[in-house]
Design a protein around this ligand. Structure first.
Ligand code: AMP
Length: 208
């Protein structure tokens, strides 16, 4: 099962991908997360890419395509994968289809207002990457419920950067949607409900 999940910042791609990956026993691949890890490790790729994502701009297609291609060759992708937040340009989508099979694309749709509220209130665990936010608050302030790790705000989740990310999303997403729609791969899902409600809708779309 080879899947893609796309949607605006804060649409729940990360949370839903993680549920999908556990449910269908497939690999969860987030190029954004890979870039953040590379930056933490201070690799050349990580340092180069950070110049783009810090301000909410897209990292060049070729850099992302290289990361995705390499990651898909790993053993845990044999049974399938969910690509979270890829593609973000038509070029990425077209090139991806040249080297990989694809079964379904989930588009999580939410209004900009909810996107901004969720993203600016989002906190991530520095140890286990668990995600919290206005709709999923942690029990203790700034402490992860799961592993007691410290919660932090992603640098690109600040209000100004989020506005830029949303602007870029709206500018680039339509041709990608049309491409997948024409190939009858697209499942559009309203993403503003609860995590479980959205996941139930996703499961239904992916299994019927
Ligand atoms: P994400 O964690 O998916 O929100 O991604 C964080 C940042 O990484 C984005 O704002 C982009 O700068 C960069 N990025 C992630 N995925 C892609 C992609 N498919 N194409 C270009 N840039 C990306």
């Amino acid at each position: 099962m080879n899947l893609i999940i796309i949607g605006p910042p804060g649409s729940g791609k990360g949370v839903q991908s993680s549920l999908i990956s556990k449910y269908f026993k497939i690999a969860h691949i987030s190029p954004g997360e890979i870039l953040r890890e590379e930056f933490e490790k201070k690799t050349k790729l990580g340092i180069e890419a950070e110049k783009y994502w810090r301000n909410g701009n897209l990292v060049p297609d070729e850099m992302i395509l290289k990361i995705v291609k390499k990651r898909l060759k790993q053993k845990d992708c044999k049974k399938g994968f969910i690509l979270d937040g890829f593609p973000r340009t038509l070029n990425e989508a077209q090139k991806f289809l040249r080297f990989s099979k694809l079964n379904n694309v989930v588009l999580l749709d939410i209004p900009d207002k909810i996107s901004i509220r969720r993203i600016t209130g989002r906190r991530e665990c520095s140890k286990c990457d668990a995600i919290y936010g206005p709709e999923i608050p942690s029990k203790k302030k700034r402490i992860c419920d799961k592993c007691s790790g410290k919660l932090y705000q992603r640098e690109d989740d600040s209000p100004n950067v989020v506005k830029n990310r949303l602007k870029i999303y709206h500018k680039s997403i339509n041709p990608i949607i049309n491409l997948f729609k024409n190939k009858r791969l697209l499942a559009k899902i309203e993403g503003s409900g609860s995590i479980q409600d959205v996941f139930n809708k996703v499961k239904e779309k992916l299994t019927t």
